[in-house]
Design a protein. Structure first.
Length: 403
């Protein structure tokens, strides 16, 4: 009699601790030896072995037992405890994907049912490949974090060995598999499949097959994004981090070895001065500091008074006065020369602020300006700077006409 699925799931939930203990044993040893099984089941409240066999959770292998793959993969997924696959194991998908792709192209105009089944099989192979890559990435991230945190307190030499192991046998080869620029990579092959499927999903006579091509293309686009993300994790996060762990550990390992026997390399050892503890202050520092601080502890009354400028110090530009003066002296052959002489005659020197104020008369509409492009510029020396100014002629009092 077939067991209800709900009954099996309830059983797994009720005895999850025992199930996980069996999973951990098989993940480590590859199977569950009978003596280990008896020891684990001895702590259970009920006799569980008949149920484990009835629900097809365990199968007998000689005198020992093994968790069936379907249950093992379920627990592996739930617990995120994946055993990393060697890159050469993942590369098998390149052959299966290439073979199915070739058969689809060869049988594109033949039996429809066979074509549909091959499209489905190709979809499944690509899904298995992406899941294998994702599981490896998750495991590599976990291993790298454990190695960095060094929970097991392993020495630096062992950290170097482990870091080199993960780089040489997993990260670098897996990154090569995901490298789209590598013509022999699986990712590059999936790009070829995607281009072919894209054409077929848009131009195929059989509607059902066209829909399957459409689904496969959508899945391949998503797969490409997923693989690109995994590749970035490997290239930008995992590889630099584990390389840093390896290099740091190698430096520390070498330093520890040197400290164990420094005289072994004394001929090439640079001079290392002897360290002495000293202080940048003398014994009287406390009293000197206290004396310095105490002088600021006394409070004095301070009075602040704003300085008020006298009326004679303020200069207000009287535009009407200077405009009248300029008008009376027309024509003026050089305006800036006139402005300089006017200020120098009144104040003995040319102040920059007053000079610029006087220059605003050029913008009055009531005067006419004439520029001499060929004339050399003259230099006006003010109290703060030297100004190079053009020669501007003012002919008469009237409307502005700039030529």
């Amino acid at each position: 009699m077939r067991t209800e699925p709900r009954t099996i799931l309830n059983f797994l939930s009720t005895y999850f601790d025992t199930i996980k203990a069996l999973f951990d044993v098989q993940a480590k040893d590859g199977l569950v030896k009978v003596e280990v099984l008896n020891r684990i089941l001895a702590d259970a409240e009920h006799e569980l072995l008949p149920k484990l066999i009835e629900y097809k959770f365990l199968k007998k292998v000689a005198d020992d037992f093994e968790i069936r793959p379907v249950y093992f993969k379920l627990l592996e997924f739930i617990l995120s405890e994946f055993k990393p696959l060697l890159p050469e194991t993942i590369e098998k998908y390149e052959h299966s994907i290439t073979s199915l792709f070739k058969k689809i192209k060869e049988g594109i105009a033949k039996d429809r049912n066979i074509l549909l089944q091959r499209i489905t099989d190709l979809n499944n192979e690509v899904r298995d490949f992406t899941e294998a890559v994702e599981k490896n990435t998750i495991r590599l991230i976990s291993e790298t974090k454990e190695l960095k945190s060094n929970v097991d307190k392993i020495d630096y030499r062992e950290k170097v060995r482990k870091a080199s192991f993960w780089i040489d046998y997993y990260i670098t080869p897996l990154n090569s598999i995901l490298d789209v620029t590598n013509p022999h990579s699986i990712t590059n092959r999936l790009l070829d499949v995607s281009q072919y499927v894209n054409v077929r999903r848009l131009n195929f006579d059989d509607e059902l097959a066209r829909q399957q091509f459409e689904k496969l293309y959508t899945f391949l686009v998503q797969t490409n994004d997923d693989l690109l993300r995994q590749s970035k994790i490997l290239t930008n996060e995992l590889l630099p981090l584990i390389e840093r762990i390896r290099s740091e550990s190698m430096i520390l390992t070498g330093w520890i070895e040197f400290l164990k026997n420094p005289n072994k390399v004394k001929d090439i050892l640079p001079f290392v001065p002897k360290s002495l503890r000293t202080y940048p202050y003398n014994d009287n520092m406390y009293f000197n500091a206290k004396e310095f601080v105490d002088q600021f502890m006394q409070v004095y009354e301070v009075y602040l008074e704003d300085t008020v400028l006298s009326a004679s110090d303020k200069w207000i530009f009287n535009k009407e006065f200077y405009l009248t003066k300029l008008t009376q002296e027309l024509p003026v052959s050089n305006f800036f020369e006139w402005a300089g002489k006017t200020l120098r005659g009144e104040y003995k020197e040319i102040e920059t602020e007053k000079f610029f104020s006087l220059s605003t008369l050029l913008f009055e509409d009531s005067i006419e300006l004439e520029f001499d492009d060929k004339a050399d510029r003259m230099v006006i020396r003010t109290s703060e700077m030297n100004l190079r100014v053009p020669k501007i002629k003012i002919n008469r009092h009237g409307f502005s006409q700039i030529s």
